[in-house]
Design a protein around this ligand. Structure first.
Ligand code: SAM
Length: 288
Protein backbone atom coordinates (compact mmCIF):
# COMPACT_ATOMS: atom_id res chain seq x y z
CA UNK A 1 0.00 0.00 0.00
CA UNK A 2 1.09 3.55 -0.75
CA UNK A 3 2.57 5.24 2.28
CA UNK A 4 0.92 8.68 2.32
CA UNK A 5 3.51 10.46 4.41
CA UNK A 6 5.14 12.89 2.00
CA UNK A 7 3.92 16.10 0.34
CA UNK A 8 3.30 14.59 -3.12
CA UNK A 9 1.27 11.62 -1.89
CA UNK A 10 -0.70 13.78 0.56
CA UNK A 11 -1.66 16.18 -2.25
CA UNK A 12 -2.53 13.24 -4.53
CA UNK A 13 -4.98 11.84 -1.97
CA UNK A 14 -6.50 15.28 -1.31
CA UNK A 15 -6.91 16.02 -5.05
CA UNK A 16 -8.23 12.59 -5.94
CA UNK A 17 -11.03 12.97 -3.39
CA UNK A 18 -11.52 16.69 -4.09
CA UNK A 19 -11.11 17.25 -0.35
CA UNK A 20 -10.84 20.80 0.97
CA UNK A 21 -8.91 21.13 4.21
CA UNK A 22 -11.04 22.62 6.91
CA UNK A 23 -9.52 25.28 9.18
CA UNK A 24 -12.39 24.97 11.66
CA UNK A 25 -11.30 21.40 12.46
CA UNK A 26 -7.62 22.29 12.83
CA UNK A 27 -6.66 20.25 9.77
CA UNK A 28 -2.89 20.53 9.41
CA UNK A 29 -1.79 17.22 7.95
CA UNK A 30 1.67 15.81 8.61
CA UNK A 31 3.76 15.40 5.47
CA UNK A 32 7.15 14.49 6.92
CA UNK A 33 8.02 10.78 7.12
CA UNK A 34 10.77 11.38 9.72
CA UNK A 35 8.34 13.10 12.06
CA UNK A 36 5.77 10.32 11.64
CA UNK A 37 8.45 7.72 12.36
CA UNK A 38 9.54 9.66 15.42
CA UNK A 39 5.99 9.71 16.80
CA UNK A 40 5.64 5.95 16.24
CA UNK A 41 9.03 5.21 17.83
CA UNK A 42 8.39 7.36 20.90
CA UNK A 43 4.91 5.89 21.39
CA UNK A 44 6.67 2.50 21.48
CA UNK A 45 3.85 0.59 19.78
CA UNK A 46 3.97 -3.19 19.99
CA UNK A 47 1.80 -5.88 18.43
CA UNK A 48 -0.32 -6.34 21.55
CA UNK A 49 -1.13 -2.62 21.93
CA UNK A 50 -4.54 -1.03 21.44
CA UNK A 51 -4.13 2.47 20.02
CA UNK A 52 -6.65 5.29 20.13
CA UNK A 53 -5.88 7.88 17.48
CA UNK A 54 -7.65 11.24 17.68
CA UNK A 55 -8.14 12.93 14.30
CA UNK A 56 -6.66 10.51 11.74
CA UNK A 57 -7.14 13.01 8.88
CA UNK A 58 -6.37 11.12 5.65
CA UNK A 59 -4.63 8.34 7.57
CA UNK A 60 -0.89 9.13 7.31
CA UNK A 61 -0.18 8.29 10.95
CA UNK A 62 -2.94 5.68 11.11
CA UNK A 63 -1.25 3.55 8.44
CA UNK A 64 1.93 3.35 10.49
CA UNK A 65 0.04 2.68 13.71
CA UNK A 66 -1.99 -0.09 12.07
CA UNK A 67 1.17 -1.76 10.79
CA UNK A 68 2.50 -2.06 14.36
CA UNK A 69 -0.45 -2.29 16.74
CA UNK A 70 -2.95 -5.02 17.48
CA UNK A 71 -5.85 -2.62 17.02
CA UNK A 72 -6.29 1.06 16.12
CA UNK A 73 -9.46 2.96 17.00
CA UNK A 74 -9.39 6.22 15.03
CA UNK A 75 -11.88 8.92 16.07
CA UNK A 76 -12.47 11.53 13.34
CA UNK A 77 -15.07 14.32 13.46
CA UNK A 78 -15.08 15.21 9.74
CA UNK A 79 -17.48 12.92 7.87
CA UNK A 80 -15.90 13.94 4.55
CA UNK A 81 -12.70 12.19 5.62
CA UNK A 82 -14.38 8.83 6.29
CA UNK A 83 -14.51 7.59 2.65
CA UNK A 84 -10.88 8.70 2.23
CA UNK A 85 -9.83 6.79 5.34
CA UNK A 86 -11.75 3.73 4.15
CA UNK A 87 -9.59 3.78 1.04
CA UNK A 88 -6.17 4.70 2.50
CA UNK A 89 -6.58 2.16 5.29
CA UNK A 90 -8.29 -0.59 3.27
CA UNK A 91 -5.29 -2.89 3.64
CA UNK A 92 -5.50 -2.88 7.44
CA UNK A 93 -8.15 -5.06 9.00
CA UNK A 94 -7.27 -3.94 12.52
CA UNK A 95 -8.55 -0.34 12.18
CA UNK A 96 -11.93 0.84 13.45
CA UNK A 97 -12.91 4.30 12.20
CA UNK A 98 -15.30 6.15 14.47
CA UNK A 99 -16.95 9.24 12.98
CA UNK A 100 -17.39 11.28 16.18
CA UNK A 101 -16.30 14.37 18.06
CA UNK A 102 -13.69 13.11 20.54
CA UNK A 103 -14.97 15.52 23.20
CA UNK A 104 -18.41 13.89 22.96
CA UNK A 105 -17.12 10.32 22.70
CA UNK A 106 -17.68 7.90 25.55
CA UNK A 107 -14.11 6.64 25.71
CA UNK A 108 -14.93 4.30 28.59
CA UNK A 109 -17.31 2.42 26.32
CA UNK A 110 -14.82 2.34 23.45
CA UNK A 111 -12.01 1.13 25.69
CA UNK A 112 -14.10 -1.37 27.67
CA UNK A 113 -14.38 -3.70 24.71
CA UNK A 114 -10.58 -4.07 24.73
CA UNK A 115 -9.85 -4.10 28.45
CA UNK A 116 -7.38 -6.78 29.39
CA UNK A 117 -6.40 -7.47 25.78
CA UNK A 118 -3.37 -5.15 25.65
CA UNK A 119 -1.93 -1.82 26.74
CA UNK A 120 -4.03 1.15 25.66
CA UNK A 121 -2.05 4.03 24.14
CA UNK A 122 -3.27 7.34 22.74
CA UNK A 123 -1.31 8.62 19.75
CA UNK A 124 -2.31 11.72 17.77
CA UNK A 125 -1.45 14.83 15.87
CA UNK A 126 -4.06 16.81 17.77
CA UNK A 127 -6.37 19.51 16.38
CA UNK A 128 -4.88 22.61 18.05
CA UNK A 129 -8.18 24.46 18.66
CA UNK A 130 -9.11 21.91 21.35
CA UNK A 131 -5.73 20.54 22.49
CA UNK A 132 -6.19 21.47 26.14
CA UNK A 133 -9.75 20.14 26.33
CA UNK A 134 -8.68 16.80 24.81
CA UNK A 135 -5.64 16.35 27.05
CA UNK A 136 -7.63 17.28 30.17
CA UNK A 137 -10.40 14.84 29.17
CA UNK A 138 -7.89 12.04 28.69
CA UNK A 139 -6.24 12.73 32.05
CA UNK A 140 -9.25 13.54 34.21
CA UNK A 141 -11.48 10.70 33.01
CA UNK A 142 -8.82 8.32 34.36
CA UNK A 143 -9.07 5.64 31.71
CA UNK A 144 -6.65 2.72 32.01
CA UNK A 145 -4.23 4.38 29.58
CA UNK A 146 -0.57 3.42 29.39
CA UNK A 147 0.61 6.57 27.63
CA UNK A 148 -0.44 9.59 25.58
CA UNK A 149 1.92 10.61 22.76
CA UNK A 150 0.70 13.72 20.99
CA UNK A 151 1.67 16.55 18.69
CA UNK A 152 0.65 19.86 20.27
CA UNK A 153 1.59 23.53 19.91
CA UNK A 154 5.10 24.08 21.34
CA UNK A 155 3.54 26.54 23.75
CA UNK A 156 1.21 23.87 25.15
CA UNK A 157 4.08 21.41 25.52
CA UNK A 158 5.89 24.09 27.52
CA UNK A 159 2.83 24.60 29.74
CA UNK A 160 2.58 20.86 30.32
CA UNK A 161 6.11 20.75 31.70
CA UNK A 162 6.21 24.14 33.45
CA UNK A 163 7.42 24.46 37.02
CA UNK A 164 6.11 26.76 39.78
CA UNK A 165 7.02 30.41 39.33
CA UNK A 166 7.23 30.37 35.51
CA UNK A 167 4.73 32.22 33.33
CA UNK A 168 3.73 28.96 31.65
CA UNK A 169 2.83 27.29 34.95
CA UNK A 170 -0.89 26.67 35.43
CA UNK A 171 -3.75 24.21 35.83
CA UNK A 172 -2.51 22.17 32.84
CA UNK A 173 1.01 21.79 34.33
CA UNK A 174 -0.46 20.55 37.60
CA UNK A 175 -2.89 18.10 35.96
CA UNK A 176 -0.06 16.65 33.86
CA UNK A 177 2.20 16.38 36.93
CA UNK A 178 -0.57 14.76 38.98
CA UNK A 179 -1.52 12.11 36.44
CA UNK A 180 1.66 11.44 34.49
CA UNK A 181 5.36 11.79 33.79
CA UNK A 182 5.88 14.11 30.81
CA UNK A 183 8.80 14.05 28.39
CA UNK A 184 9.44 16.20 25.34
CA UNK A 185 10.13 14.05 22.29
CA UNK A 186 10.90 16.71 19.65
CA UNK A 187 10.17 20.25 18.51
CA UNK A 188 8.61 20.25 15.02
CA UNK A 189 8.79 22.96 12.35
CA UNK A 190 5.64 24.31 10.63
CA UNK A 191 7.20 23.05 7.36
CA UNK A 192 6.28 19.48 8.29
CA UNK A 193 2.55 20.15 7.78
CA UNK A 194 0.08 21.02 5.00
CA UNK A 195 -1.02 23.77 5.44
CA UNK A 196 1.75 25.20 7.65
CA UNK A 197 0.46 26.13 11.09
CA UNK A 198 1.37 29.60 12.37
CA UNK A 199 3.18 28.20 15.39
CA UNK A 200 5.91 25.70 16.11
CA UNK A 201 4.78 22.30 17.35
CA UNK A 202 6.13 19.66 19.69
CA UNK A 203 5.64 15.96 20.28
CA UNK A 204 5.16 15.23 23.96
CA UNK A 205 4.74 11.90 25.71
CA UNK A 206 2.81 11.48 28.94
CA UNK A 207 3.55 8.19 30.66
CA UNK A 208 0.51 7.48 32.78
CA UNK A 209 1.83 4.31 34.35
CA UNK A 210 4.90 6.20 35.55
CA UNK A 211 2.85 8.70 37.54
CA UNK A 212 4.22 9.51 40.94
CA UNK A 213 1.22 8.23 42.88
CA UNK A 214 0.08 11.48 44.45
CA UNK A 215 -2.79 10.99 46.87
CA UNK A 216 -5.40 13.47 47.98
CA UNK A 217 -8.61 13.16 49.99
CA UNK A 218 -10.85 14.81 47.41
CA UNK A 219 -9.45 14.96 43.87
CA UNK A 220 -12.33 17.07 42.52
CA UNK A 221 -11.73 19.64 45.27
CA UNK A 222 -7.98 19.70 44.51
CA UNK A 223 -8.65 20.59 40.87
CA UNK A 224 -11.32 23.17 41.79
CA UNK A 225 -8.73 24.85 44.04
CA UNK A 226 -6.12 24.72 41.28
CA UNK A 227 -8.53 26.24 38.73
CA UNK A 228 -9.58 28.98 41.16
CA UNK A 229 -5.93 29.81 41.88
CA UNK A 230 -5.10 30.40 38.24
CA UNK A 231 -8.39 31.99 37.13
CA UNK A 232 -7.21 35.27 38.55
CA UNK A 233 -3.44 35.06 38.18
CA UNK A 234 -2.78 38.57 39.46
CA UNK A 235 -4.70 38.03 42.68
CA UNK A 236 -3.27 36.44 45.81
CA UNK A 237 -4.08 32.79 46.33
CA UNK A 238 -6.34 33.77 49.25
CA UNK A 239 -8.40 36.19 47.15
CA UNK A 240 -8.54 33.83 44.20
CA UNK A 241 -10.01 31.12 46.43
CA UNK A 242 -12.45 33.50 48.16
CA UNK A 243 -13.70 34.83 44.80
CA UNK A 244 -14.32 31.38 43.36
CA UNK A 245 -18.04 30.62 42.97
CA UNK A 246 -17.11 27.01 42.22
CA UNK A 247 -15.54 26.57 45.69
CA UNK A 248 -17.99 28.52 47.86
CA UNK A 249 -15.69 28.78 50.94
CA UNK A 250 -15.86 31.89 53.09
CA UNK A 251 -12.88 34.10 53.88
CA UNK A 252 -12.37 32.85 57.44
CA UNK A 253 -12.26 29.25 56.35
CA UNK A 254 -9.74 29.89 53.61
CA UNK A 255 -7.58 32.04 55.91
CA UNK A 256 -7.58 29.24 58.49
CA UNK A 257 -6.69 26.60 55.90
CA UNK A 258 -3.79 28.72 54.62
CA UNK A 259 -2.56 29.23 58.18
CA UNK A 260 -2.81 25.52 59.04
CA UNK A 261 -0.85 24.65 55.88
CA UNK A 262 1.82 27.24 56.67
CA UNK A 263 1.09 29.30 53.55
CA UNK A 264 1.46 33.08 53.54
CA UNK A 265 -1.95 34.67 52.66
CA UNK A 266 -0.12 37.02 50.26
CA UNK A 267 1.32 34.16 48.20
CA UNK A 268 0.15 33.71 44.59
CA UNK A 269 -1.10 30.39 43.25
CA UNK A 270 1.70 30.28 40.68
CA UNK A 271 4.25 29.90 43.50
CA UNK A 272 2.74 26.65 44.86
CA UNK A 273 3.95 23.26 43.77
CA UNK A 274 1.65 20.23 43.52
CA UNK A 275 2.49 19.03 47.06
CA UNK A 276 1.46 22.43 48.49
CA UNK A 277 -1.83 22.39 46.54
CA UNK A 278 -2.53 18.88 47.85
CA UNK A 279 -1.79 19.94 51.46
CA UNK A 280 -4.16 22.90 51.08
CA UNK A 281 -6.90 20.81 49.41
CA UNK A 282 -6.63 18.14 52.11
CA UNK A 283 -6.87 20.81 54.83
CA UNK A 284 -10.03 22.22 53.25
CA UNK A 285 -11.41 18.71 52.73
CA UNK A 286 -10.93 17.89 56.43
CA UNK A 287 -12.62 21.14 57.47
CA UNK A 288 -15.59 20.40 55.20
N1 SAM B 1 -3.57 12.74 11.90
C1 SAM B 1 -3.59 13.55 10.70
C2 SAM B 1 -2.19 13.94 10.34
O1 SAM B 1 -1.32 13.87 11.22
O2 SAM B 1 -1.95 14.31 9.19
C3 SAM B 1 -4.47 14.80 10.88
C4 SAM B 1 -4.13 15.70 12.06
S1 SAM B 1 -4.99 17.25 12.03
C5 SAM B 1 -3.86 18.23 12.96
C6 SAM B 1 -6.30 17.05 13.22
C7 SAM B 1 -7.39 16.07 12.84
O3 SAM B 1 -8.35 16.06 13.90
C8 SAM B 1 -8.17 16.43 11.59
O4 SAM B 1 -8.34 15.28 10.81
C9 SAM B 1 -9.53 16.93 12.11
O5 SAM B 1 -10.60 16.74 11.22
C10 SAM B 1 -9.68 16.09 13.37
N2 SAM B 1 -10.55 16.68 14.40
C11 SAM B 1 -10.78 17.99 14.67
N3 SAM B 1 -11.61 18.15 15.70
C12 SAM B 1 -11.92 16.89 16.12
C13 SAM B 1 -12.75 16.39 17.16
N4 SAM B 1 -13.43 17.22 17.97
N5 SAM B 1 -12.89 15.06 17.29
C14 SAM B 1 -12.21 14.20 16.46
N6 SAM B 1 -11.40 14.62 15.47
C15 SAM B 1 -11.25 15.95 15.30
Amino acid sequence: MLRISNPANTLDVIKKHRFTLCKKYGQNFLIDAHVLDKIIASADIGDSDIVIEIGPGIGSLTQLLAAKAKKVIAVEIDKLLIPILNETLSEYKNVEIVNKDILKTDLKKLIEAYSGSGKIKVVANLPYYITTAIVMKLLEEKHPLDSITVMVQKEVARRMQALPGSKDYGAMSLAVAYYSEASLVAVISPNCFIPKPKVESAVIKLDIKEKKGYKTINEALLFKIIRASFNQRRKTLQNGLINSAELGFDKARIAQALKNTGLNPAIRGEALDLDAFIRLADELAIQA
